[in-house]
Design a protein around this ligand. Structure first.
Ligand code: GDG
Length: 482
């Protein structure tokens, strides 16, 4: 763990590249002696952007979690600029509008979105705070890259304050079809908010096309393929930039003797079954955890699998635990796991090894190496990095990936066992087919997927986006000065 450098106040700091994201790339930790320090949050975004930020003396604006006022500080050459939220804003902006309105709406209404005017007001207020902070930090003519669904109003707010900037926006979750998006009472404001950017990135071509169509139909701007022509002369581009992982980093980690050893230990601890199935997700209703465990339970019931030769390891990382829908899901999964284990488990041979907890990266890599079949079955997912991490960790070119057609990753990982997670019989037969695939079939598929992931890593993603953003003609950006 690296700790923060002395945390010198840097309130007048200025940077040529500014990332604006809901969260800072660090988490606060309390040491055993009670001292507070910062730890880099795990995740590809941080890995991808840190080197670029460090090279340019860049800044990252985000919420630190909690409600404390924290002065800006520097860490490993990157300026971190905390934005403060109070308890009510955490409830209304973060848990409310971001995670109980936008999240379900953008994921095909898998759960019913809630529309509350106070939540919207809070969303506007907090977005303005982020935009104002970015306007203070960015140098003349520099680049600001805004991240994700919590901050969709920031591009327009920032452009009003600073028309000299190049502004990029990237949406990490799906952009929904028109018919669903139009449910949102504040649909026009969100579209206008995003149009403040010069370049808007989506996970898939479908997301970008949904956005362009909506802008044409609802805002009335002229569009041509990925370009949107604004009345003030600006041109906004909406394109797909599939995100990825630090593939080389994962592969290297998977090859370490410690991880290899731990993978063996895990298999032994599970009773050395022939088939280890694995799921790793934030405990979220979009991820299809319930359906996949149910399919596995039915395969045991039907006698297609037995607890002597198969086990399902499901890691469900705690997430958004104060949001009602997430608490309900947790209870439902607890009950299902209990029922399946109660009926089919034996002493020393549980059917499902269910872990409601989060683990260090090394343990994740060991789990990926230990699993014969990785099961990724979201009803809708922007990308799904777990699928790519599994592929990167399969250094022996074996193992099978079962992947939902509705994850962005399915566009790139065509050789996976693709499945419709709503189709219970389809899910069951794909789990069986993947577990019974010949070594040759597995290798053929895994080799192709590994090539894809290794060549299109998260650095490629960030470089492509920032490259295209920097190619936006400056005259176009400045045109909005009027
Ligand atoms: C959103 C979009 C899109 C999970 N548990 C642990 C842990 N993780 C890591 C995984 C993976 C990441 O969290 C989860 O990424 P996903 O892509 O699967 O899903 P979301 O959190 O929903 O992410 C998604 C993504 O943004 C990026 O644009 O792909 O579609 O929904 O990296 O490894 N990491 C550690 N311990 C855990 O217990 N260390």
């Amino acid at each position: 763990m690296t700790t923060a450098s002395s945390g010198q106040p840097a309130d007048d700091l200025q940077a040529d590249l500014v990332i604006v994201a809901n969260r800072l790339p660090v988490d606060r930790v309390t040491e055993p002696d009670g001292a507070q320090s910062w730890r880099t949050s795990p995740g590809g975004l941080v890995t991808a952007l840190e080197p670029v930020l460090r090279a340019s003396g860049g800044a990252w604006i985000g919420w630190a979690g909690g409600t404390d006022h924290i002065e800006p500080f520097e860490r490993d050459g990157v300026h971190l600029v905390p934005v403060q939220l109070d308890d009510q804003e955490i409830e209304e902006f973060y848990e409310g509008f971001s995670n109980a309105t936008l999240w379900p709406l953008y994921h095909d209404v898998v759960a019913p979105p809630q529309f509350h005017r106070e939540w919207w007001d809070s969303y506007v207020r907090v977005n303005r705070r982020f935009a104002e902070r970015a306007a203070q930090v960015a140098t003349e003519g520099s680049t600001v890259w805004v991240q994700d669904y919590q901050l969709q109003l920031v591009p327009q707010m920032l452009r009003e304050l600073r028309p000299d900037l190049r502004i990029g926006f990237y949406l990490h979750i799906p952009f929904p079809p028109t018919e669903l998006f139009v449910q949102l009472p504040w649909r026009r404001q969100i579209l206008e908010g995003l149009l403040g950017a010069d370049l808007i990135g989506f996970q898939t071509p479908g997301g970008a096309a949904n956005f362009v169509r909506l802008v044409r139909q609802r805002v009335g701007h002229r569009t041509k393929s990925s370009s949107i022509y604004l009345p003030d002369g600006r041109v906004v581009r909406a394109r797909s930039f599939p995100i990825s992982i630090d593939a080389a980093g994962f592969e290297e980690l998977a090859r370490t003797p410690g991880v290899e050893e731990r993978a063996k230990e895990i298999r032994e601890a599970l009773g050395s079954p022939e088939h280890v199935f694995l799921g790793i997700d934030r405990l979220d209703y979009t991820k299809g955890i319930y359906a996949r465990l149910r399919a596995f339970g039915e395969l045991l019931r039907d006698g297609d699998l037995t607890v002597e030769d198969a086990v399902f390891v499901q890691v469900a990382t705690p997430s958004r635990e104060r949001v009602e829908e997430y608490r309900r899901l947790r209870d439902e999964i607890d009950m299902l796991v209990g029922r399946i284990n109660g009926v089919y488990g034996e002493i020393g041979n549980p059917a499902i090894s269910y872990l409601h907890s989060s683990y260090p990266r090394e343990e994740m890599a060991a789990l990926y190496r230990a699993a014969d079949v990785m099961v990724v079955t979201p009803y809708r997912d922007g990308m799904n990095l777990v699928a790519k991490e599994y592929v990167a960790c399969r250094v022996e070119e074996d193992g099978a990936l079962v992947l939902s057609e509705f994850a962005g990753a399915a566009h790139e990982l065509r050789q996976a066992w693709l499945v419709n997670p709503h189709d219970m019989n389809g899910l069951k037969s794909v789990l069986l087919a993947a577990s019974r695939a010949t070594a040759r079939d597995q290798t053929r598929r895994m080799r192709a997927m590994r090539r894809q992931v290794m060549e299109h890593d998260v650095k490629h993603w960030a470089d492509t986006f920032l490259g295209q953003l920097s190619a936006v003609p400056v005259e176009e950006t400045a045109a909005s000065r009027g």
